[in-house]
Design a protein around this ligand. Sequence first.
Ligand SMILES: Cc1cc2nc3c(=O)[nH]c(=O)nc-3n(C[C@H](O)[C@H](O)[C@H](O)COP(=O)(O)OP(=O)(O)OC[C@H]3O[C@@H](n4cnc5c(N)ncnc54)[C@H](O)[C@@H]3O)c2cc1C
Ligand code: FES
Length: 263
Amino acid sequence: MNYPRFVRITRVVRENRNVKSIFFPFESSIDPGQFFMITIPGIDEIPMSVSRILDKEVSITFRKVGDATERLFGMREGDIIGIRGPLGNGFRIEGDRILFVAGGTGIASIAPAVDLAKELGKDIIVVIGARTREDLFFLERMKKIGKLMVVTDDGSAGRKGLASDVAKEIIESNKVDQVITCGPEMMMKKILDLCRERSVDFQASVERYIKCGLGLCGQCCIGEGLRVCIEGPVFDGDTLARCADFGHYQRDSSGRRVYLKDG
Ligand SMILES: Cc1cc2nc3c(=O)[nH]c(=O)nc-3n(C[C@H](O)[C@H](O)[C@H](O)COP(=O)(O)OP(=O)(O)OC[C@H]3O[C@@H](n4cnc5c(N)ncnc54)[C@H](O)[C@@H]3O)c2cc1C
Ligand code: FES
C-alpha cells in the first residue's frame, strides 16, 4: 500500500460535461465504498472511490475541479496512472428496504453499493440530487436497479429542491430500514439527524483531506482520533453523531479549519 502500482487505462467514458469514468485492470477483492489513491504523474496523488466493480476491471468516476482532476479528465485509453489500494472500509448492507441518497458526485461512491444491494435482493430507492440536469450522471444505470428519484436545485430535471427534502419524506413515511448516503456534508448531516429521530440505520461516506492514506499523518482526522483513510471513509450514524466536526467544519491541506456552508 506504500507505493503506487502503475496501470494502463483500458477505457474512458464521458458521463456528462464535467464528469468522466476511467477504467483500469484490477483483479483483487474490493468492497463498495473503498477508495484508491490515484497518482497523476507529475501532478498529485488524490483519493477516488471505486465507482464500478467488474470482473477484472474497476472504474473511478470524477468531476473536473482542479489540477489533478483536470489532467485525469484529459487522459485517454493507454495512458498510465498509479494506484494504491483498495483503502479504507466499505458499506455494510442491512435490512430489506434501503434508501440511497447521493448529492453531486456522491453517486460515484455509492453506485457499487447499490449494485451489491440489488444482488442481495433488497428493495431499493435511489435519490440523486444535482445542481442542474447537466450535472447528473449514472441515471440509466440506477434506473435499471431500483426506484430512481431525481432532484435538481433549478428544477431542470426531476423535482425542484434538495435531495435531503425528498429523503426526509421517504424516511418519515417509515418505508426504509437503512439509509446510505454520500454527498455534501450538510446534506448528509441533515439526513443523519432524521435517521436518528426515527432510529433508522445510517451510513455515510465522508470526505476529509487525504495525504498518506496509510493512517500515519493524521491529516484526515474526524471526531476524536478517527481517520477517514483507515476507520472510514464509511461511518455509521452513532459514530458520526459523536463527531463534533461532522456537518460543521473540515480541515484544509495545512490543517486549518474550513467551516461548511449550507447549500
Ligand atoms: C475518500 C474520498 C473519496 C473520493 N472519491 C471521489 C470520487 O469518487 N469522485 C470525485 O470526483 N471526487 C472524489 N473525492 C474528492 C477528490 O479527491 C477531490 O475532488 C480531488 O482530490 C480534487 O483534486 P484536484 O487537484 O483536481 O483539485 P484541487 O484544486 O487540488 O482541490 C479541489 C478540492 O478538492 C479537495 N481535495 C483536493 N485534494 C484532496 C485530497 N488529497 N484529499 C481529499 N480532498 C482533496 C479539496 O476539498 C479541495 O478544496 C474523494 C475524496 C475522498 C476523501
Ligand atoms: S491521510 Fe494520513 S492518516 Fe489518513
